[in-house]
Design a protein around this ligand. Structure first.
Ligand code: IKT
Length: 354
């Protein structure tokens, strides 16, 4: 495959790990990274080691919760309390402060094959609004996100025509779940002529990775029955730690609104209602509290009812299982884009058809 240049929006845990993992993959050159503080751009390729060293322990995954117009960049990011030294990407010698980092990326868009949105979606329409800016700015290429919530897929689908006109291939929900595990379910479904149930159950141990993944933990807390995306967004770090303590460090999630359901339905595999996603997060240990398993139940052409299961090794980290697949889907998106296929694609559509 020809070399692929890509940009990362957000230099929090996911953004930084994506840059790191890309160093181990063929044909990927990161040429830009930004957050709400500024932008690092180098058409010859960023010095990832320098950028990682500069941003480590200096966590900031945000660009700006107003979709990058710059207004939210000035202050508290919609109430999200930051911690530590808060300079984000500007701590890197390669970055410059910017009033409008997203526009910086758009302005260099003709040299960027793919844009990975490593942003928390504390407002459901945040990623769709960022996509609008790329459409309005005349970008054509791949956009890819690691969003979680089912309802966001419809918002992206509403923009499908605009993406097609603009030459954008938008790959949505391309992290672990949705993403890797949705793709695994699509593959496991191939034995069947009818799929009746898909159960995704993940386990994550985040003791040493906690600082780097505060955004993910906050998003997970929004799935607890007592919280939603707005209330979780407004929690301070101390309040989040109190919630974790109240669960003795281990939080169980059931019936999460994760887009695996609509993404499997739009690929024709099963009804969204037949998909359930849950998991266990342990912030007191780096061991996974449970083995991440995808179970796909269905009926074969010759009348057997069976369950195909797909398991991740407990030794693979969440970082490996989010960022490896995100970059894999990014490459699949670039292949589609170069073949002239535009619009919205989910991870299950980039697998064998059902
Ligand atoms: C995500 O980031 O895709 C979702 C997170 C779960 C990751 C599952 C990884 C499983 C594994 O490594 O075994 C969580 C819901 N935030």
């Amino acid at each position: 495959m020809d070399e692929i240049t890509f940009a990362v929006l957000g230099t929090g845990g996911i953004g930084r790990r994506t840059l790191e993992v890309s160093q181990h993959k063929d044909a990927l050159t990161p040429v830009a990274a930004c957050d709400r503080h500024g932008t690092a751009i180098d058409a010859d390729g960023l010095d990832v080691d320098e950028l990682l060293a500069a941003t480590e322990g200096n966590i900031d995954s945000e660009v700006a919760t107003d979709g990058g117009t710059g207004a939210a960049a000035a202050e508290g990011e919609g109430g999200i309390k930051q911690h530590g030294e808060d300079r984000g990407v500007v701590a890197s010698a390669q970055a410059r402060p910017s009033e409008d980092p997203i526009q910086d990326i758009i302005d260099h868009g003709d040299r960027i094959d793919a844009v990975l949105l490593a942003l928390p979606n504390y407002e459901h329409d945040f990623i769709p609004r960022v996509a609008d800016r790329f459409v309005e700015g005349g970008y054509s290429g791949v956009m890819i996100d690691v969003l979680k919530r089912s309802r966001v897929i419809d918002m992206l689908d509403d923009r499908s025509e605009a993406f097609e006109e603009q030459g954008i291939t938008f790959v949505c929900g391309a992290g672990a779940t949705p993403g890797f595990l949705t793709g695994a379910a699509a593959l496991a479904a191939q034995s069947f002529v009818e799929v009746t149930d898909v159960d995704i159950h993940w386990g994550v141990g985040l003791k040493s990775g906690y600082e780097d993944n505060r955004g993910t933990v906050r998003e997970d807390i929004a799935h607890l029955p007592e919280y939603d995306i707005e209330t979780a967004r407004d929690l301070t770090d101390e309040e989040i730690e109190a919630i974790i303590d109240a669960h003795d460090g281990v939080i169980e999630f059931e019936d999460m609104e994760h887009a695996d359901d609509v993404l499997l339905e739009r690929a024709g595999i099963c009804d969204a209602d037949d998909v359930s996603v849950g998991g266990v997060l342990d912030v007191e240990s780096d061991e996974k509290p449970t083995t991440t398993t995808v179970s796909v139940m269905g009926t074969t052409f010759d009348g057997e009812t069976a369950t195909n299961t797909f398991q991740l090794d407990d030794a693979t980290s969440m970082e490996a299982n989010v960022n490896g697949p995100a970059l894999g889907y990014l490459k699949a998106g670039v292949r589609r884009n170069r073949a002239g296929e535009y619009g919205v694609f989910g991870p299950a559509e980039l697998m064998p058809g059902f």
